[in-house]
Design a protein around this ligand. Structure first.
Ligand SMILES: NC(=O)c1ccc[n+]([C@@H]2O[C@H](COP(=O)([O-])OP(=O)(O)OC[C@H]3O[C@@H](n4cnc5c(N)ncnc54)[C@H](O)[C@@H]3O)[C@@H](O)[C@H]2O)c1
Length: 439
């Protein structure tokens, strides 16, 4: 099947590469010339495990191409997948300007009939709105049908998630169009859920809002555990074994971030407001998350007092491990709070430093290793649970710090490893602190 994908971001590129891997002929279009140049050289503009290998293999096999020309890409495409960004506007609504431009680009260049699939996360009613724009602008000989096919991949495991998804949502009012999309995905052997377009659009927002709420819930439980002397790790384990609750998304920490949860939760709240629904549970989800992102700084002030002139080593910048994405990463808020308080911040991340520099500029310093960041530090903040940090050489780190005080925002250091240290003060989230050898 010949498929065109608009947008080579985290979703578009992963989708395009995986569809070529299952045998389709895929052409990916992006308006960003640098990205396309890089992709043509076989270099992925994003860090995503396993993606670059598959990209190179499928490009070499002639199944995967890249272009900046919509005309070239849409020529002969049976399915056109839109995977452009839908960022957040100031009032919380989803910004559909890239979506509208994509619709105009398709309408201006489509010369044959096709199925138009919206994969981007879009508010309920957007497929209808995009169809109206295209109906008005398309050549009258061209017919097309819309399919809403929201994406659920997670950055850091995008290839695995695409190849082994839990389900594929296909929302359409046209049976033929839905069947065509089923056919495209059929080699993946993933269960399909067929719905109306509006239900499909809502499934994506409701899923992300539910997961965000689960995170905020366990973070509130963690804060309570910290006060009443319970251990949230045991509590979450005990809760999660109940199949009705489930173990995933019950890890306490410094809140959710990234390019999806924050904006999608706010966009759903915006839709609810517009429609007169007072979604108070979701408002609390956001408020708890905002509070949680400040927890490490508050704990540090409680322990160290004035942070002016204190050196804080931040381990991790990306919003989660295995990605270089800094969009809405909790590290941004933490770094800004620390620098506003006069602290000197030195950060290390295995892959996100370049992207972090675009946001935090020279307000903080950047280190090229854990040891460089933690040298002479008054305290360490663990902000992203990279595997490298789970296994870091604690003894060396502690011996080179000014004071061995560690705030673990992701509970990623094992208790047994801390207990063998000669001197350490360790503050996790929602678990009792461990203090050894301090006077
Ligand atoms: N990132 C994720 O983990 C994830 C997961 C599920 C769903 N989503 C949703 O998928 C959508 C895309 O997210 P992303 O993270 O991949 O975005 P992104 O910002 O990484 O990529 C979007 C790409 O689209 C390109 N683009 C913009 N307008 C274009 C046009 N008219 N023609 C061709 N290309 C164009 C941009 O240059 C950019 O490269 C969003 O709606 C997002 O909410 C994202």
């Amino acid at each position: 099947m010949k498929i065109a994908v608009l947008g080579t971001g985290y979703v578009g590129l992963s989708t395009g590469v995986c569809l070529s891997e299952i045998g389709h002929s895929v052409i990916c279009i992006d308006t960003d010339e640098q990205k396309i140049k890089s992709l043509r050289r076989g270099v992925s503009p994003i860090y995503e495990p396993g993606l670059e290998n598959l990209l190179a293999q499928n490009a070499a096999a002639g199944r995967l191409q890249f272009t900046t020309s919509h005309r070239e890409a849409l020529n002969g495409a049976e399915i056109i997948i839109i995977a452009v960004g839908t960022p957040q506007m100031a009032d919380g609504a989803a910004d559909l300007s890239y979506m509208v431009q994509a619709a105009k680009d398709i309408a201006a260049n489509l010369v044959q009939s096709a199925v138009v699939v919206i994969k981007s996360t879009v508010p309920v009613g957007t497929n209808d709105f995009i169809k109206e724009i295209m109906d008005e602008l398309c050549n009258e000989k061209v017919t097309f049908n819309m399919v809403s096919n929201p994406e659920f991949l997670r950055q850091g495991s995008a290839v695995m998630d695409t190849m082994h998804a839990d389900r594929i949502i296909i929302g359409s009012e046209n049976k033929e169009a839905a069947k065509k999309v089923e056919e495209m995905y059929s080699p993946l052997n993933v269960p399909f859920i067929l719905t109306s377009i509006r239900s499909a659009e809502m499934i994506k927002y409701a899923s992300n809002a539910f997961l965000a709420t689960k995170i905020s819930f366990i973070n509130e439980v963690a804060n309570l555990c910290g006060v009443v002397g319970a251990d949230v790790t045991d509590v979450a384990k005990g809760m999660g074994k109940d199949k009705r609750i489930g173990e995933t998304f019950l890890q306490p920490g410094i809140g959710y971030g990234g390019s999806c949860f924050p904006k999608d939760v706010r966009a759903l709240l915006h839709t609810a407001n517009l429609n007169g629904i007072h979604f108070s549970l979701l408002k609390e989800t956001v408020a708890i998350n905002d509070f949680q992102q400040e927890v490490l700084v508050k704990k540090a002030i409680e322990r160290l007092g004035d942070l002016k002139g204190k050196k804080v080593a931040m381990l991790g910048l990306a919003f989660k491990p295995e990605t270089d994405d800094m969009r809405e990463a909790p590290s941004i808020k933490i770094a800004r709070s620390l620098t506003n308080l006069g602290a000197e911040v030195v950060a290390y991340d295995p892959v996100a430093i370049d992207n972090a520099k675009n946001i935090l500029r020279d307000t903080i310093r950047y280190a090229s290793s854990v040891n460089e960041a933690t040298l002479d530090a008054d305290t360490v903040f663990i902000v992203t649970e990279w595997n490298e940090f789970r296994h870091l050489d604690l003894e060396t780190m502690i011996n080179t710090m000014r004071q061995p005080i560690v705030f673990d925002g992701r509970n990623c250091l094992e208790e047994e490893r801390i207990r063998v240290c000669k001197k350490i003060e360790y503050y996790p989230i929602g678990r009792p602190p461990i203090v050894i050898g301090m006077t």
